[in-house]
Ligand binder design. Structure first.
Ligand SMILES: *Cc1c(COP(=O)(O)O)cnc(C)c1O
Length: 393
């Protein structure tokens, strides 16, 4: 009942609000994606690449010292160990295989922090396809290492100079490109956002995470389900993957964390679920951070990957129907949680994932509770931020 309906809606959220010129393009995608994703040839190729190229299954690790500290059995789902260092590659591999089956020859993407751009450039190198990545000029300057990676991988990075020169502007530019090249170009969207069928498609491609959690829990705990699932939410893809096969299992409590920035009432946050109002963003009706005139507000988070003014329609519905409990975790809480995991377990998490870890101290677990928390990525990319804040403390 929490899955997308045939019109592309999750409750009141979702749909496809797109320019007329893209109508046929999105319609084609809608008509073909399920058939491709469920075909044997796709499944075989996708599974083989996830295994041999990405390194799946990712481990489900019982974190002993974290468990002791928070008085529950806490397992970490280690997406940080994937090739390229996060969960995003699961999605880009799936979509590029779909693009090839649709006969497309050119790939475009938008990126904010550059993580989705790198994951897209990686699979384009792998599949020998042309790759153009739109990125706000401000982001190009502050995420230079990722720009260099994309260029080394053979992608063309186009700095976008409209608006605030960040993710929203890069997305507009990517949509503009798609409008000009609808027949040969495939647009790889990086999260469970955008017009239907993207949110559903990305959730399905990431659902390998919860498929593995089921098997791994059965092995380790003798039962397929946890008491709690915890994940951070930017657009929502690692969370969607984590919860996908448990959505209708009410024994499983779902806890989502978004970026509280400097505090949700500070005017500097990305707490879309807490602060957002219903609006249209990137082709979907969802919760959006906007002012009274409906202008998108620039989000802020210390973590570039959570710095998004919208939220996937699936997650907007989960929160509105109270299927999921949503917390906003501040910059400081996330930083503290990142240092804690590093010192307790020798794992340096991505700043995004640290927002999931930051909720542990707010929960009231029972000692026998089985908790699965997804570590969406590794912290190498965030080292400068970590070092800077350690010195300041
Ligand atoms: C991009 C990113 C996120 C946020 O994206 P979702 O689609 O919400 O998962 C979270 N963690 C890491 C490591 C990321 O790179």
């Amino acid at each position: 009942m929490y899955q997308v309906n045939e019109n592309g809606y999750y409750g009141d959220f979702g749909g496809a609000y797109i320019p007329e010129i893209l109508h046929q393009c999105v319609e084609n995608l809608k008509n073909i994606y399920l058939q491709v994703l469920e075909s044997d040839s796709f499944k075989q190729e996708f599974d083989a690449l996830l295994r041999d190229y990405v390194g799946r299954p990712s481990p489900l690790y019982l974190s002993k010292r974290l468990s002791e500290k928070y008085n529950a059995k806490i397992y970490l789902k280690r997406e940080d160990l994937n090739h390229t260092g996060a969960h995003k590659i699961n999605n880009t591999i799936g979509q590029i295989l779909l693009a090839r089956r649709m006969g497309k020859t050119r790939i475009i993407a938008e990126t904010g922090a550059g993580q989705h751009g790198v994951a897209t450039a990686t699979v384009c190198a792998l599949m020998n396809m042309e790759c153009v990545v739109y990125m706000g000029k401000t982001d190009v300057e502050r995420q230079h290492a990722n720009v260099q990676k994309m260029e080394m991988l053979g992608a063309t990075v186009v700095p976008v100079t409209s608006g605030n020169m960040t993710l929203k502007d890069a997305t507009n530019e990517a949509i503009r490109d798609w409008c000009c090249h609808p027949s040969d170009t495939y647009y790889i969207i990086g999260s469970t956002v955008g017009p239907h069928p993207y949110p559903d498609m990305v959730a399905r491609l990431q659902s390998v995470i919860s498929e593995e959690i089921k098997k791994q829990l059965l092995e380790k705990e003798g039962r397929e389900y946890p008491d709690y699932l915890i994940a951070c939410v930017g657009g929502g893809s690692n969370a969607a993957g984590t919860i996908y096969h448990f959505l209708n299992d009410e024994r499983v409590k779902i806890v989502l964390t978004e970026a509280g920035g400097k505090g949700i009432h500070s005017g500097m946050s990305a707490a879309t679920i807490q602060l957002g109002k219903t609006g249209i963003l990137h082709g979907a009706r969802t919760l959006v951070m906007q002012d009274e005139d409906g202008q998108i507000e620039e989000p802020y988070s210390i973590s570039a990957g959570l710095d998004y003014p919208g939220i996937g329609p699936l997650h907007a519905n989960l929160s509105t129907t109270k299927r999921a409990t949503v917390f906003a975790i501040d910059d400081d809480e996330a930083l503290q949680a990142a240092f804690e995991l590093t010192r307790l377990e020798g794992i340096i998490p991505a700043l995004e994932s640290a927002h999931a870890l930051g909720v542990l101290s707010k929960m009231k677990f029972k000692p026998e509770d089985v908790v699965v928390l997804t570590v969406s990525g590794r912290g190498d990319k965030d080292l400068d931020t970590y070092i800077q804040h350690k010195i300041n403390h």
